[in-house]
Design a protein around this ligand. Structure first.
Ligand code: HEC
Ligand code: HEC
Ligand code: HEC
Length: 156
């Protein structure tokens, strides 16, 4: 079950399949090389969809993000059933947000924010520390991705 509401987990893949990774003898996996539009799981989204340049991230291991990938199988989307497939923050029977991190992370927004912003922020923090510890102009600043809301969710 990707999504019950019919919008479907709606990851619009721009399938520029320049790379085919053999998965099993007679099966190949199409790896999107261009931009992937990460659509919200809900029609009540507050923010615009996020354009994700996939191949810009290929200096990292695939499993940095596709952390459940077993190499013999095709890679599943992030909101595959049982993964980050909840369109809302899960609540207890009393209506309070669930505290268990393993449940919270099933809310797709938490998963994306933790992973995307988490990594970009980590690099930005290292850059700051580097700049603070050296003479101006001397620090080698690593490029990082966006950490601000509208950089990822441009106003529509
Ligand atoms: C920085 C994180 C990141 C890295 C690194 C990464 N990917 Fe992805 N990849 C994503 C995201 C996010 C999606 C979109 C998933 C979705 O729509 O649910 C995606 C989608 C895909 C898909 C399409 C899956 C589907 O939904 O059908 C394939 C195949 C894929 N990646 C292969 C790879 C391979 C091979 C590598 C290593 C060379 C790699 N990815 C590295 C984040 C990453
Ligand atoms: C493990 C670290 C890591 C993760 C996870 C990660 N990024 Fe990045 N991202 C980077 C780095 C490093 C760059 C800078 C790459 C460069 O400019 O060479 C970057 C660049 C970007 C850029 C700017 C690309 C450009 O051409 O300027 C966007 C947009 C972006 N990331 C979005 C995302 C989104 C959305 C996710 C989550 C689906 C994500 N990133 C996950 C490390 C990461
Ligand atoms: C590195 C990229 C990135 C940054 C920075 C980022 N987001 Fe997101 N956000 C995402 C992704 C990816 C999703 C899941 C896909 C989607 O909803 O389009 C998401 C989902 C959401 C959602 C749930 C869907 C919706 O629209 O209701 C909200 C709300 C949201 N983000 C708000 C924010 C706010 C507020 C900030 C700034 C504090 C922010 N985001 C910063 C990438 C980012």
């Amino acid at each position: 079950m990707r999504n019950t509401s019919g919008i479907l987990a709606a990851t619009v893949l721009i399938l520029l399949c320049l790379v085919w990774v053999p998965v099993e003898a007679e099966e190949e996996m199409c790896v999107p090389m261009g931009e992937i539009t990460l659509e919200p799981l809900t029609t009540e989204a507050k923010r615009s969809a996020v354009i994700f340049p996939h191949a810009v991230h290929f200096d990292y291991s695939c499993r940095e993000c596709h952390h459940k990938w077993e190499k013999e199988k095709p890679i599943l989307g992030c909101s595959a059933s049982g993964c980050h497939d909840l369109a809302e923050m899960p609540k207890s029977d009393e209506g309070r947000p669930v505290k268990d991190p393993a449940v919270q992370i099933r809310y797709y927004k938490n998963a994306y924010h933790q992973m995307c912003i988490g990594c970009h922020m980590q690099i930005a923090k290292k850059n700051e520390a580097l700049q603070a510890s050296r003479m101006p102009g001397e620090a080698k600043i690593a490029s990082t991705g966006p950490t601000g809301c509208i950089q990822c969710h441009p106003k529509e």
